[in-house]
Design a protein around this ligand. Structure first.
Ligand code: TRP
Length: 331
């Protein structure tokens, strides 16, 4: 089973990223043959970004993934722009991508309304580059958050259309979406997902937050009317905290409800804060050790890129021949 996923080099990762994606990456190392993870700096250029800061964001994300438990000898971890096959395949896949499909992508619509200056063609092509990421490795499984469902559907269409047009060269991948991570919500507005585009930091728990910050954020988290610790549509705040505690402890939400049904909101929040802080503490500590050594991070990425390139360049030979690109293969 070949696994591929990409992660954006945004500065700080939050609890939703951790439970929804990063944890799946770590588990994937046992099943992946291999598990391949890319820090997608090329995707980061599709919206306004700071070129001076991007390299350090890549290191932040690399160190975070290693701190979470990725081991370079059990997976391939690399920086997307180090493997030029991604950009080449992106262009070639454009020939089997429907313009109308790209126009219908939710993320394109959402992000284009957020851009004040320029809605770049890169933002429009973002899903094609993402398809190239996965298809270059002929990966079978794509662990992603729920918000990426439509993009994986599109890459399946692209792979099918490619194979129909040029011959069976690409693997049609499947998504793998965790049940729990999709439901980690903002602490200040529990009707929306925890996300770095949220307006206030108070609503997010960052993986590198210390215990004090975590306790403070959970204490001031929005709760609901009523006083019982139970899930319900009328109780998005408490439901979110129950889901968070269930995810952190790796138990079912009903188990949490049973255990905490006699507690008041305030005491329940403290219990959740302590559990989350204890859960993240070892990751934060390892991150603190790994992040300063940029030479070591760079060496890890470089080695990952070599291994990634070996796989992607094989695929590209087949793609080029199938499409009639470049000099014909010698007979
Ligand atoms: N678009 C993904 C996200 O924002 C990141 C990504 C880029 C990705 N390329 C990928 C995810 C390939 C899975 C596979 O989360």
């Amino acid at each position: 089973m070949r696994i591929f996923s990409g992660i954006q080099p945004t500065g700080r990762k939050h609890l939703g990223n951790y439970i929804g994606a990063i944890r799946q990456y770590v588990e994937g190392q046992d099943r992946g043959d291999p598990a391949i993870y890319s820090i997608v700096d090329l995707h980061a250029t599709s919206v306004d970004y700071d070129p001076g800061a991007l390299p350090s964001y890549v290191y932040d994300t690399t160190a975070m993934l290693l701190a979470a438990g990725l081991e370079p000898d059990r997976c391939i971890l690399f920086r997307q722009s180090d493997v030029q096959e991604h950009t080449e395949l992106c262009w070639l896949l454009c020939s089997v991508t429907a313009h109308g499909d790209l126009n219908r992508m939710h993320q394109f619509k959402d992000k284009s309304t957020q851009q004040r200056e320029l809605i770049s063609a890169g933002l429009f092509l973002y899903p094609v580059l993402m398809a190239a990421d996965v298809l270059a490795y002929r990966a079978h499984e794509v662990p992603v958050g729920d918000d990426q469902r439509q993009h994986v559907e599109l890459m399946r269409d692209i792979a099918e259309r490619f194979n129909a047009a040029y011959g069976e060269v690409l693997v049609v991948p499947e998504h793998r979406i965790p049940a729990v991570g999709a439901r980690i919500m903002d602490l200040q507005d529990p009707t929306r997902k925890m996300s770095t585009t949220a307006s206030e930091e108070r609503g997010l728990i960052f993986v590198d937050d210390d215990e004090e910050a975590i306790v403070k954020k959970l204490r001031s988290a929005v709760t609901d009317s009523g006083s019982e610790v139970r899930r319900g549509e009328d109780k998005p705040g408490i439901t979110n905290m129950i889901d968070i505690l269930a995810a952190v402890r790796a138990v079912g939400a009903d188990e949490i409800e049973r255990e905490f049904c006699d507690l008041r909101y305030g005491d329940f929040k403290v219990a959740v804060a302590e559990a989350v802080a204890g859960y993240l503490a070892p990751v934060r500590e390892r991150y603190g050790q790994l992040r300063p050594d940029e030479a070591a991070l760079e060496a890890t990425l470089r080695e990952g890129a070599e291994r990634a390139r070996a796989i992607a360049s094989d695929t590209m030979v087949d793609v080029r021949v199938a499409m009639g690109i470049g000099a014909p293969r010698p007979t």
